[in-house]
Design a protein around this ligand. Structure first.
Ligand code: DC
Length: 642
């Protein structure tokens, strides 16, 4: 599985231009396809979901041309798709599946609509019931109430009325409303039950109006499209920035100092999720807004917990769940039952992953309650849900963490993590690599203490692994066995010593046979992979100095400063000899030199993460340098880059 390791963040500030809104993009694409005339769509979101819609429209014979960048041209078909028989694969794109189901059920063709397995678990029965009331011929190909679907030409009832449930997903009502002009009849839709996610219906009505169809609305219960309504291209249409995507950056500003400003949505937005800014303001964040921008800044005294009805901001509310990790007190998010039928069961997923981080979480059918606690480094699963990945990126303000399958953000925001990196400041790393006995451990520890940074002796992790394997009777050549030992290592690095399984380690890992064992186990790729996140978890505020062989090349490739610290083999052997003698251990200079040269060879010739100087690393040869001189040189270099 792919993963992305995030260092702990120190601060956030800057400006982000948002990608186009997913909800608006897919609605505009469909209406442009159904309209008379050609539409130029600007600022369209490039993502998996819009890709599904574009592919589907092309299969249906609609002329779709990429004009370059985020601009597309759609040749409308006036409500009649040229291709009358087709099978469409719509992935996990709910914003493509629901409206296309409605439009194609009424368009008069023979169509099969499918998706990924999760799409086949997401209910669509209420929409199908509504369409059937209009005379549509819809059959379930799998389970009743769920995709995949087989649509055949409808026999539309003249001037009918339809009832549709409003309390599961507003996308059913959106789908129906957008498809109604195809019928040419006057049709009234009655909403049964409380209409959830009302702001999404407002988006639907606003975009339909841009394409010339005005829906008559009585309260939020009755919607009528009158006979003769037809979609006409507005010529050019601009897609607003995605307000749900804005939520992550506003939250970054609210947690990480700020100000973080998002361009593309603001006070004049038609998207309900801009109300997220109000929720964040309730948590204490300082919000500013213009017609098409918003910004957030952290409150002086920290964020406060809230108890909120989130019906109006179902997607952006997820962002509040991870922001709650930084609030004083217990946060409760209510009226979020729709989370259960999204890309994944978002209430369950959110609860599971927040608990991994150490939060105390209570969940119910339609609420989640979060009490922050000490946060610990964890690997977060994302459930093929873009919003899980983006929400949990915020937790990096509390701890280094791993995001599994980060590319799932492509559903709505393919370059999310690049933009995230551009407005956040990570805890810096100074990477010091070099051969054994070069003095890098001593230099690294002193630099760390001079800067007030943490210190990672990565060699100790390989030594501990070798020791623990030996204690467990696992052969150093048994890759899977040693990797399992490495995964289960129960170590704690304390001020002057290390504890392994609750026992002080002392010099036990410094003996020559453990040095040889460490070099052996360090050559095993599975062991290195297992120890990777454990090392990155040291990348905390205010900063880290790490020493080893692959700090600069593999573990911390983005290190602020990279140093390759070395000395001649003879000098290194002499230093080791002195160390051992001082500790009262017996040693032979000739043997030490030989062993050191063998270890150098093994460490630099191995296939994974061999010891070598990175192109962007500074060389520090300590053959003729005192420790003080070496430490000072690293401190001088670090001043230049911090
Ligand atoms: O730095 P050291 O001598 O304590 O390292 C012990 C062994 O672990 C050494 O043979 C190389 C290996 N090692 C490694 O492969 N990668 C690191 N980052 C650190 C150490």
């Amino acid at each position: 599985m792919e993963f992305l390791d995030l260092p702990q963040l120190l601060s956030a500030a800057g400006t982000v231009r948002l990608p186009g809104s997913k909800s608006i993009s897919n609605r505009v694409l469909l209406l442009a396809a159904l309209a008379e005339g050609e539409t130029e769509v600007c600022d369209l979101l490039a993502s998996d979901d819009t890709g599904r819609m574009i592919d589907a429209l092309r299969v249906l014979g609609v002329g779709v041309t990429h004009l370059g960048g985020e601009s597309w041209s759609i040749k409308g078909c006036g409500g009649k798709f040229p291709v009358k028989q087709a099978e469409l694969f719509l992935g996990n794109a709910g914003t493509a599946f629901r409206p296309l189901t409605a439009a194609l059920a009424l368009a008069g063709g023979d169509y099969v609509l499918k998706g990924v397995p999760r799409m086949h678990e997401r209910p669509i029965g209420d929409l199908v019931d509504g369409l059937r009331q209009l005379g549509a011929d819809v059959a379930y190909l799998g389970n009743d109430g769920f995709p995949p679907l087989h649509l055949k030409p409808a026999r539309i009832q003249p001037d009918g009325a339809v009832s549709v449930r409003g309390d599961v997903s507003s996308q059913f009502l959106t789908g129906l409303l957008m498809a109604l002009p195809i019928t040419g009849q006057t049709i009234t839709v009655n909403v049964v039950g409380e209409l959830i996610s009302r702001p999404y219906i407002e988006i639907t009505l606003a975009i339909m109006a841009r394409f010339g169809v005005v829906v008559e609305r009585e309260a939020w219960q009755r919607f009528t499209v009158v006979a003769g309504s037809r979609y006409v291209s507005p010529g050019t249409i601009h897609v607003e920035g995605d307000a749900s995507s804005a939520s992550y950056f506003l939250a970054l500003g609210a947690i990480g100092g700020g100000p973080v400003r998002v361009d593309g949505v603001g006070r004049d937005s038609i998207q309900g999720d801009v109300k997220f800014a109000d929720a964040l303001a309730k948590m204490g964040a300082e919000i500013e807004m213009g017609p098409n921008w918003m910004s957030a800044r952290a409150p002086k005294n920290g964020l406060l917990a809230v108890d909120l009805d989130c019906n109006a901001i179902p997607d952006a509310a997820m962002t509040l769940a991870t922001a709650a990790l930084f609030a004083k007190g217990t946060t409760t998010l209510r009226n979020i039952a729709s989370w259960r039928v999204k890309e994944t069961d978002r209430i369950a997923a959110m609860a599971t992953e927040l608990r991994k981080l150490g939060a105390v979480v209570e969940e119910g059918g339609d609420f989640i309650r979060i009490s922050p606690s000490t946060v610990k480094p964890s690997a977060i699963d994302t459930y093929d849900d873009h919003r899980m990945a983006m929400c949990f990126s915020l937790a990096a303000f509390a701890t280094p963490l791993r995001i599994n399958d980060p590319k799932c953000v492509a559903k709505t925001f393919p370059d999310y993590f690049e933009r995230f990196a551009a407005v956040t400041q990570a805890a810096p790393v100074i990477a010091i690599d070099g051969p054994s006995a070069s003095g890098k451990g001593t230099v690294a520890a002193r630099v760390a203490s001079a800067l007030g940074f943490g210190y990672l002796d990565s060699g100790a992790l390989y030594r501990l692994t070798a020791l623990a394997a030996q204690q467990a009777g696992v052969d150093w050549a048994d890759e899977a066995g040693v990797a399992a030992v490495a995964a289960a290592l129960d170590v704690e690095f304390l001020e002057n010593d290390i504890q392994l399984d609750g026992q002080w380690v002392g010099d036990a890992i410094r003996h020559e046979n453990i040095s040889a064992g460490a070099s052996r186990v360090a050559a095993l790729p599975a062991v290195r992979a297992t120890l990777l996140f454990r090392q990155r978890a040291f990348n905390k505020a205010p900063g880290l100095v790490g020493d080893g062989r692959d700090m600069a090349s593999v573990v911390f490739p983005h290190a602020r400063l990279k140093v390759f610290l070395t000395a001649s083999p003879e000098v290194r052997a002499q230093r080791r000899y002195k160390q051992l003698i001082e500790k009262g251990l017996s040693a032979n200079l000739g043997d030490l030199l030989l062993e050191l040269q063998q270890r150098d060879a093994r460490d630099s010739r191995r296939s994974v993460a061999p010891l070598r100087q990175e192109a962007d690393a500074k060389l520090l040869d300590t053959t003729d340098l005192t420790i003080e001189a070496a430490v000072n040189q690293v401190l001088v270099w670090s001043k230049e880059v911090m």
